[in-house]
Design a protein around this ligand. Structure first.
Ligand code: NAD
Length: 467
């Protein structure tokens, strides 16, 4: 296997070849604000060429027997595994997440490829009798455009590439302009396993995504990103009735019952959550424990040992999060910990917990997408469930209690694609992931996710033909 150079030469790949462009841009290391390597800026013509190569490649790739496609995807996963440390370090450099979190994402990136290759997608026999057999089979859609966000640039790329290829589609990966590097290296590596045109990449600026979603040469868009962009993607895709899977924003609540071990749960409830509802009888103790754990975080350059929390990824995100810090003053919110952004060289934001802001305040209603989280108190179960559901979002939620029957009863009333019990944010390549309400459309991963890359085709075999 040819070695990949992770320190330079970031190219996009069209029809099996690195395709030079006139224009270039670059990402920024969010911990140091130092510019990173140049990457290509695709033109309209590049999109046309990638779509044409993909269409040609689809003809033969879709006919490759499933077992052969599967073994190629598994060999590709092994190659990513062989380069895992380089991918992990590149991820920390471009995204900012500390090494332990980058390790988890890299492991998931590999596990998702292998896991999805282990999910069978057999034909369904719906009727089988002396007169007829009715079968539904799952056929590839065609050319997939994968639009990837900046928060999980490695894992969300492999978790789109693998199911697309396994189901017989071809794919063009478009990384986020903020984090193009892991995605481009993944696609470069893929050329060692797949024929030209099966896995391609396009790198560019903000106009590239819309060019792909409106291009008639793409048949399906697999999109992960914000809800606002998801709506734009759907509008654009509707012009040619492209299939879309939309994995969008969230406003995840946690509901904490009074029977939990306060310290242990506070330690686990991380800043991934968007709203923390704590039973009033343990509220003060829980808040104190949360503050203690938040103060123990080490904020810094993710490549340095001991760092637990990295910077935000980009200035746009920092500016958005800052508006919530401005609200702290103007709205007079109580701060449990943090509250001011300390001056720093990178995109670092002081982890902050807001103590019982009004239920309709922006910090409760919107997704800040940064380490500023409201903690709220509850006493009536029905009321807290309705507050948890009082949002246009429905991505994830968690319920924390030792009473698993109670947890199940509550979880089933939450309007979210995933509800975790005594944990937050646990995923599996075997489980479908997606949002309810404005958090998404369709799911990715699991058998359901594989079907999202397929058309259903039903065959009716009538056996009693009168000759
Ligand atoms: P984003 O919506 O700005 O961008 C996502 C991708 O779409 C990027 O590749 C971007 O270049 C591209 N894009 C931007 N505008 C486009 C357009 N008009 N048409 C087509 N493509 C376009 O999202 P982001 O800021 O990169 O990511 C953060 C968001 O992603 C958050 O809201 C977060 O909640 C969401 N997210 C959701 C999930 C999930 O699984 N549901 C996972 C990760 C992130």
């Amino acid at each position: 296997m040819a070695n990949l150079d992770f320190q330079s030469n970031f190219v996009h790949v069209i029809d099996g070849n690195s395709s030079p462009t006139e224009g270039h841009r670059h990402g920024i290391n969010p911990a140091t604000l130092k510019p990173l390597w140049d990457v290509p800026v695709a033109t309209h013509g590049d999109v046309d060429r990638a779509a044409a190569a993909a269409k040609k490649a689809f003809k033969s790739w879709s006919r490759v027997p499933y077992e052969e496609r599967r073994s190629k995807v598994l060999a590709y996963a092994d190659a990513v595994d062989k380069h895992r440390t380089q991918f992990r370090d590149l991820l920390t450099t471009e995204q900012g997440k500390p090494i332990p979190q980058a390790d988890v994402e890299t492991d998931c990136a590999i596990e998702w490829m292998r896991g999805m290759a282990n999910i069978p997608l057999p034909e369904d026999t719906l009727e089988e009798n002396k007169d007829r057999t009715v079968i539904t089979r799952y056929t590839p859609i065609g050319v997939v455009g994968a639009l990837v966000p900046w928060n999980f640039p490695l894992m969300l790329a492999t978790a789109k590439i693998a199911p697309a290829l396994l189901t017989g589609n071809v794919i063009v990966v478009k990384p986020s302009p903020f984090t193009p590097y892991c995605g481009l290296k993944l696609v470069e590596l893929a050329q060692q396993f797949f024929p030209p045109g099966v896995v391609q990449s396009l790198s560019g600026g903000d106009d590239l995504g819309p060019w792909i979603t409106e291009h008639p040469g793409f048949d399906k868009i697999s999109f992960t990103g914000s809800t606002a962009t998801g709506k734009a993607v759907m509008r654009s895709a509707s012009k040619t009735l492209k299939r879309v899977t939309l994995e969008l924003g969230g406003n995840d609540p946690a509901i904490v019952f009074p029977d939990v071990n306060v310290d242990k749960v506070a330690e686990q409830i991380c800043l991934n959550l968007k709203r923390i509802y704590v039973h009033e009888t343990i509220f003060d103790a829980f808040k104190e424990a949360l503050v203690k754990h938040t103060k123990s975080y080490t904020l810094g350059d993710g490549s340095k040992p001991g760092v637990t929390h990295g910077p935000l990824q980009n200035k746009m995100q920092v500016d958005r999060v800052k508006t919530f810090f401005n609200d702290v003053k103007t709205e007079g919110w109580q701060v449990a910990v943090g509250g001011e952004i300390e001056k720093n060289q990178g995109y670092f934001i002081t982890p902050t917990i807001i103590d019982r802001p009004p239920e309709k305040s922006r910090i409760v209603v919107e997704e800040p997408f940064g380490p500023i989280v409201p903690i709220l108190s509850w006493k009536d179960e029905e009321d807290v469930i309705s507050r948890a559901n009082d949002t246009t979002m429905g991505l994830g939620a968690s319920v924390w209690t030792n009473d698993l029957d109670k947890a199940a009863e509550v979880a089933k009333q939450i309007q979210a694609g995933t509800v975790w019990i005594n944990k937050h944010f646990e995923l599996s390549p075997y489980a479908p992931f997606g949002g309810h309400k404005e958090s998404g459309l369709g799911t990715e991963w699991g058998a359901n996710g594989l079907k999202g890359f397929c058309n259903a085709q039903t065959l009716f075999f009538n056996k009693n033909i009168v000759s």
